[in-house]
Design a protein around this ligand. Structure first.
Ligand code: ADP
Ligand code: MG
Length: 244
């Protein structure tokens, strides 16, 4: 029995004839923080989307907290209940208030009583420092505020794992820090996290392991210290020289 909360073994995925993921192997331990970086189109989003079955892999296995992701919809539901996801484009429901955005899934998926769901939502909105906006609608908030709501909304499902796909890439520079601060706090509180980002300051502060992807492969996987101090592959070196 592995002590990993996520086990990805020999995963391959194709979009038609195009192989987007090639022999991906990755183990994530509880509470571990992994930062994934690499050039655009290298398969980073596809990889993390396979972890909660927003994309389907064709070969290999992905086991999340003991449940293998397969066509079995029961398994998919179970995994999705444990895995929260935050996207580049917030994806809040524009016609629902901030509070209702946060209570929707707990009420409909977890069958939580409305009062209880609202109490939980207010706690998480406070945690991301946006409690005072609870009655507003997404369009009335800044990008940074919307992304913090998206994080609170995911936390309302009380996930064991959080996946972030370039959560600050769509934000104006002055809003990046407020979102990263929330993520740093979440990391310090012990959340298991996989974060696709090019925010290397965040990576250095938070990540236990760094992964560099290129052309559908994990080209380099190392502790954060080794990754920055002593990158092995030429492609990693080139990438780091371009973004640091
Ligand atoms: P990254 O997140 O690293 O930028 P992606 O995982 O989004 O990369 O995409 C990897 C490759 O797969 C890209 O070449 C992209 O064009 C392709 N791709 C992504 N989604 C689809 C799709 N739904 N259908 C076909 N090709 C796709
Ligand atoms: Mg992407």
């Amino acid at each position: 029995m592995s002590d990993s909360i996520i086990q990805i073994q020999n995963v391959n995925k194709w979009f038609g004839d195009f192989q987007v993921l090639k022999e991906i192997n990755l183990e994530v331990k509880p509470k571990e923080k992994i930062v994934v970086c690499g050039p655009s189109g290298s398969g980073k989003s596809t990889l993390i989307r396979c972890i909660n079955r927003l994309e389907e892999h064709q070969k290999g296995s992905i086991i999340v907290d003991g449940t293998e992701i397969s066509e079995d919809t029961k398994n998919i539901e179970q995994v999705r209940a444990e895995v929260g996801m935050v996207f580049q484009q917030f994806n809040l429901f524009p016609h629902l208030s901030i509070l209702d955005n946060c209570t929707l899934a707990p009420i409909w998926v977890k069958k939580m009583p409305k009062k209880e769901a609202e109490k939980l939502a207010l706690e998480h909105l406070e945690r991301v420092q946006i409690l005072d906006q609870a009655q507003k609608f997404p369009g009335q908030l800044s990008g940074g505020q919307q992304q913090r709501v998206a994080i609170a909304r995911a936390l309302c499902m009380e996930p064991k794992i959080m996946l972030f796909d370039e959560p600050t890439s769509a934000l104006d520079p002055e809003m990046i820090k407020e979102v990263l601060d929330v993520m740093v706090n979440l990391a310090k509180q012990g959340m298991t996290m996989i974060v696709v980002t090019h925010e290397m300051g965040f990576a250095k502060e938070v990540a236990d392991q760094m992964i560099f992807m290129d052309e559908g492969m994990i080209v380099e996987k190392a502790t954060t210290k080794d990754f920055f101090a002593n990158p092995k592959s030429d492609r990693t070196k080139l990438f780091l020289s371009q973004i640091l």
